[in-house]
Design a protein around this ligand. Structure first.
Ligand SMILES: *Cc1c(COP(=O)(O)O)cnc(C)c1O
Length: 393
């Protein structure tokens, strides 16, 4: 059976070039970067070279890049670390309703620890408005955390504008850029961000590694305690093979960014255009232009997203429901709810997220399956049958 993987927002395969860069650090060059002997120094050199690569891609200084165990840890460190370090200034934090759970749950944690959190609304396209942020900032606000690209719908937030509003008010600005780094050019200087979260496995690097950019001078308290690794911001023996792989993956993504953008756009635009010709009542979630080219979140009216996913899976096609993190629960996605998508439509959301290895043949294959699947599911859907009757009667 043909296999088509369209769940790159959940995770991606490690590229051969990345694996090749990592292997020596799992085998012969296994030293601990803190050891002073030759083997340790070898690991330390690799670690610092990786730091330079990551810094270069985002326009930071190497000393502003801190390696972590991934996007989740970076988000936790950014939020808890700055909340607690700046408690004397104030205890108010601002985020949005559509953040990844790594941000939302970190905010919930500090909320329980005596901080106050404001959750900014989004419009029906999933965009945060500058005016809402301006109004929410108070004298005791210390941090604003707004994601760059949403993992469910692919909407791109106006980072520069939001960052500038926070900066003008003297409030730190953090952005979860896990879905954008390596796919959209990011310059931490022009985008006014003070902290930026990144992850390896969303960009064809290994799982369990990522980084947090922290602008020089930002007051942040460590969240993992132990040795003096990562300039005492994040204790723990560095995951040298992972870090080397992550940096290589980011470097490659950045080099190929324009070509990949074009490739992704070509695939998703063709897919969407053909799909709406073949299937009636398809809803696209998120902004139609301010979006990354690789994510399409669609609802087929009258059909459960989970049923589409399972039907496609039986034919070798991997896609996700509204969000991979919430599958297995019956609650509608918090992102689609915040965008005021009616629950019966939100339930039907299916996320198609494309990657560099996908081809036009993959698109054709999925297009050859979907109309039949949706039609079959609609024929047994009480919701859809009623609607059709109403229309014809
Ligand atoms: C995947 C993801 C994360 C979590 O990153 P991990 O490296 O898997 O911990 C955080 N934020 C967003 C937007 C993501 O898509």
């Amino acid at each position: 059976m043909r296999k088509v993987y369209l769940d790159h927002s959940a995770t991606t395969p490690v590229r051969p070039e990345v694996l090749e860069a990592m292997l020596p650090y799992l085998e012969s060059r296994f030293g601990n970067a803190s050891s002073i002997h030759g083997s340790g120094r070898e690991a330390k050199v690799a670690l610092e070279e990786a730091r330079e690569k990551v810094a270069e891609v985002i326009g930071a200084a190497p000393s502003e890049v801190f390696f972590t165990s991934g996007g989740t840890e970076s988000d936790n460190l950014a939020i808890k670390g700055t909340a607690f370090a700046n408690r004397k200034k104030g205890n108010h934090i601002i985020t949005s309703q559509i953040e990844h759970h790594a941000v939302l749950e970190s905010c919930k944690f500090v909320d329980n620890e005596g901080f106050e959190v404001t959750y900014l609304p989004v419009d029906s396209q999933g965009l945060v408005h500058g005016d809402d942020l301006r109004k929410a900032i108070r004298d005791d606000s210390t941090l604003v955390s707004i994601m760059h690209v949403n993992n469910e719908v692919g909407t791109i937030q106006p980072l520069e504008e939001l960052g500038k509003i926070a900066r003008d008010k003297g409030v730190y600005f953090h952005s979860d850029a896990v879905q954008s780094v390596g796919k959209i050019r990011i310059d931490v200087q022009t985008s006014n961000v003070d902290m930026l979260s990144m992850s390896g496995h969303k960009i064809h690097g290994p799982k369990g590694v990522g980084a947090l950019y922290v602008r020089k001078g930002v007051r942040i308290t460590p969240w993992t305690h132990g040795g003096h690794h990562e300039r005492s911001r994040r204790a723990g023996t560095e995951n040298v093979p992972g870090i080397v792989g992550f940096a290589r993956a980011l470097e490659l993504m950045n080099q190929e960014l324009d070509d990949q953008c074009e490739h992704m756009k070509n695939l998703t635009e063709t897919f969407y255009r053909r799909l709406v010709e073949l299937i009636p009542d398809v809803v696209l979630h998120g902004d139609s232009s301010k979006r990354v080219p690789n994510i399409l979140s669609l609802s087929f009216k009258g059909v459960e997203g989970e049923s589409v996913i399972l039907s496609l899976d039986m034919r070798g096609v991997a896609v996700a429901s509204g969000s991979a993190c919430t599958s297995g629960t019956l609650e509608p996605s918090h992102v689609l709810s915040a965008m005021r998508v009616p629950p019966e439509i939100a339930q039907g959301a299916v996320r198609f997220s494309f990657g560099r290895d996908n081809t036009m043949e993959d698109v054709e294959y999925v297009l050859s399956l979907l109309p039949e699947i949706v039609q079959r599911l609609r024929s047994i859907s009480p919701l859809y049958a009623q609607k059709q009757q109403k229309q014809s009667g």
